[in-house]
Ligand binder design. Structure first.
Ligand SMILES: Cc1cc2nc3c(=O)[nH]c(=O)nc-3n(C[C@H](O)[C@H](O)[C@H](O)COP(=O)(O)OP(=O)(O)OC[C@H]3O[C@@H](n4cnc5c(N)ncnc54)[C@H](O)[C@@H]3O)c2cc1C
Length: 377
């Protein structure tokens, strides 16, 4: 017996698909509604830390994910300027425990493809071009409206519909993502053989220049700067900005610049932060993932926290026989303080850089948080 027999999910990101996989595997009827017409993915690559990898294992997707990405251990810090010397080789923090690599990079499109395949194989129904637009709550159910029409009555609606969540708005939460003051340029490029783990350059013209391998032939590169109104920058101008801002960085950045000159696309976005105060549910509707919290990717934990939300929620829904206050209390107790700590630490790291604090213990904070992430949610 599970607490739910029929569940609707808004969104098809990691939070939505992890939820769909776990519930469908337990025999729950699952309808996933995704607003976009098809599974296109903006952005380039993603870093997935051990705690995310452990969730993929629980979903049964770890073997496929490991094969499609680039697992690695450790993090190098390099200095700007000639030769890009490695100034620190930071040791592993295995946030997923000893059975998983400390982290891995992978193309976002591959991650989506694999999770969609697992959700479909588990029996979830996935509809694209299906935007959740309204809901009406009953005592023990919720009626979900998709593209303005009723899609049916469900035991639960999971709002995994991202940063600008419609579901969060409909249930009356006033929390909205706030810009943190930093913007990021990203590009998906080829991997020089010498790049075998994430490397970060602190200092120079931008706050952070870095890259993460995502496969034998690929990696994503990024430059973190003070947020500016760069949205809608034409492609050639965007590429030129990445070229100009990266000139102070030597080593593998020479190869990245060659790819940019060869036409690699440059993508820009801002960092945000928010956390919806408890409760994340109203009756038979709950928000998880970026709908509930966002953080700058300074410790690369956004998707990992979305996956943990999905894992804890589905564990409770499958183990219990009612969606009651007891279930929500346990869900919030396990998820909210942990997500809050990650948001605060991620923001703190960025804020030190914005404030120009030179002697901040950046590695110390990163490792302090990472060790906490190694404790199960
Ligand atoms: C620059 C940047 C870099 C990042 N790097 C990392 C990283 O390296 N590692 C990491 O762990 N995290 C990273 N993150 C964070 C990570 O990308 C997010 O935390 C994660 O993708 C959130 O997943 P989600 O499933 O909650 O939401 P999303 O992936 O945003 O999915 C939400 C989905 O809902 C759909 N949707 C929206 N409204 C509706 C509606 N009304 N009805 C139906 N569907 C709807 C959207 O189209 C979308 O497909 C980064 C974030 C940024 C901005």
């Amino acid at each position: 017996m599970t607490a739910v027999t029929r569940v609707a999910i808004a969104g098809s990101g990691v939070a939505a698909l992890a939820t769909a996989i776990q519930l469908a595997k337990a025999g729950v009827e699952v309808d996933v509604f995704e607003a976009k017409p098809e599974p296109t993915v903006v952005g380039s690559g993603i870093s997935l830390q051990g705690n995310a990898l452990r969730v993929f294992d629980a979903l049964g997707a770890w073997d496929d994910i490991r094969a499609a990405g680039y697992p690695f251990e450790g993090l190098n810090l390099r200095a700007p300027g000639p030769g890009a010397p490695i100034v620190a080789e930071l040791p592993d923090v295995k946030t997923g425990g000893p059975d998983y690599p400390a982290g891995m990079g992978m193309p976002r499109a591959e991650l989506t493809r694999i999770l969609l395949a697992h959700a479909t194989a588990a029996g979830a129904n996935i509809r694209f071009g299906a935007k959740v637009t309204w809901l009406v709550q009953g005592d023990d159910h919720v009626e979900v409206f998709v593209n303005e029409e009723s899609a049916g009555v469900y035991d639960l609606l999971v709002g995994a519909d991202g940063l600008h969540s419609t579901v969060r708005d409909i249930i009356g939460s006033e929390t909205k993502p706030e810009p943190t003051g930093m913007g990021i340029w990203r590009s998906f490029v080829s991997r020089p053989a010498e790049v075998v783990r994430s490397e970060l350059y602190y200092g120079g013209p931008v706050f952070i220049a870095g890259y993460t391998p995502t496969g034998e032939d690929s990696m994503y590169a990024f430059l973190v700067e003070k947020a500016q109104d760069r949205f809608g920058t034409p492609d050639d101008e965007a590429t030129q900005i990445m070229l100009d801002e990266s000139r102070a960085y030597d080593g593998p950045w020479n190869s990245i610049r060659a790819d940019l000159e060869g036409g690699a696309h440059a993508n820009y976005t801002w960092f945000t932060q928010h956390i919806v105060p408890a409760p994340w549910n109203r009756g038979h509707v709950v928000v998880i993932g970026d709908a509930a919290h966002s953080c700058p990717p300074t410790i690369a934990q956004g998707a990992a926290q979305a996956l943990e939300d999905a894992f804890v929620l589905t564990e409770l829904l499958v183990a219990r026989d009612a969606v009651d206050q007891d279930l929500w209390d346990e869900f919030h107790a396990r998820r909210l303080p942990r997500a809050q700590r990650v948001v605060e630490a991620s923001v703190q790291l960025g804020q030190w850089q914005l404030d120009g604090v030179r002697d901040a213990d950046v590695p110390g904070l990163m490792f302090g948080v990472a060790h906490q992430m190694a404790e199960p949610a």
